[in-house]
Design a binder for this molecule. Structure first.
Ligand SMILES: C=C(O[C@@H]1C=C(C(=O)O)C=C[C@H]1O)C(=O)O
Length: 287
């Protein structure tokens, strides 16, 4: 249970895709102590589920697993309406031939690995064998017919890959389901909301302000991404503009459907209806 006297901990996705919602978050502006912990989604998911991180970003699937402990913050997500460009399945064979194959999954993700399972099962009628491995394309492909990578690992692999077929999971999901896909959400611990609501809403405001400043001017983020990860400014400009950082009705419905399919396949224990924390009130997303 979060302790009011302890430092508030904010979870930050280390992948570039989430930068616009974190880039301008400056905890020095807060009238209380808060620290940011930056990690790949799988690590943040655990921290949020266990209550060691009070507020921040996590895989939407991990929110679904712990919806009884967490509430969603409104208007924040990492989503795409079709191609995402950084959730990629690299394969030796075309998709249709992967139904009985061995697929290596990155150990950094929760949403995308379960999205792949849903698509493989429901869209393709397949039941591959899955292995969870460190996100390294070459070593993953030594023990599998296909490999799923996300985030900067997927982006870098897409730059050097010459031999594998690449399937974009955002595009596959959109073509099959007709909906956008939400990969990351921003959530807050329910106990933290009860114990320190004003601190939590101050931090939630920092995310919204960061999003607004990023919308006004993406240039600093684009240039830092090119300098740190590689690639051209044009690449990053297109990448960030393609992602959607809202959590509107379209995204909510897409996520609700994803949760339903995950429940039907036994990947989630409950059929989760996302709940938002808005103006100190808890609201269910519209069905
Ligand atoms: C768009 C992406 O979304 C990410 C995918 C996640 C997952 O699969 O669990 C979690 C957080 C997001 O940052 C990406 O990593 O490329």
């Amino acid at each position: 249970m979060p302790n009011n006297d302890k430092k508030t901990v904010i979870g930050k996705i280390s992948y570039t895709n989430a930068w616009p919602l974190f880039y301008h978050v400056d905890t020095d502006r807060l009238p209380f102590e808060a620290e940011i912990t930056s990690a790949v989604p799988a690590v943040l998911n655990q921290g949020m589920q266990q209550g060691n991180i009070h507020i921040g970003a996590l895989s939407s699937f991990a929110y679904g697993e712990a919806a009884d402990k967490l509430l969603l913050l409104p208007d924040l997500s990492v989503s795409s309406d079709g191609e995402v460009n950084s959730i990629l399945l690299f394969s030796r064979k075309p998709l249709e031939q992967l139904g009985r194959s061995v697929i290596a999954l990155t150990n950094t993700s929760a949403t995308s690995v379960n999205l792949l399972k849903i698509l493989m099962h429901k869209a393709l009628g397949g039941s591959p064998q899955y292995l969870t491995l460190e996100p390294d394309l070459d070593s993953m492909m030594q023990s599998a017919d296909a490999a799923l990578l996300i985030g900067d690992h997927a982006i870098k692999a897409s730059w050097y890959n010459e031999q594998y077929i690449v399937t974009d999971l955002g595009r596959w999901w959109k073509e099959w389901s007709g909906h956008p896909m939400t990969y990351a959400v921003w959530a807050v611990n329910r106990d933290a909301v009860l114990q320190m609501p004003w601190k939590m809403s101050r931090i939630a405001r920092l995310f919204i302000e960061s999003k607004q400043r990023s919308e006004q001017d993406l240039q600093p983020i684009i240039h830092e991404a090119a300098a740190r990860i590689g690639g051209t400014a044009e690449y990053w400009d297109a990448y960030f503009h393609n992602l959607n950082y809202n959590f509107g009705l379209d995204q909510q419905q897409g996520l609700r459907l994803y949760f339903r399919y995950a429940f039907e396949l036994g990947l989630l224990k409950r059929d989760v209806v996302p709940e938002l924390w808005i103006d100190n009130m808890v609201m269910q997303v519209k069905e």
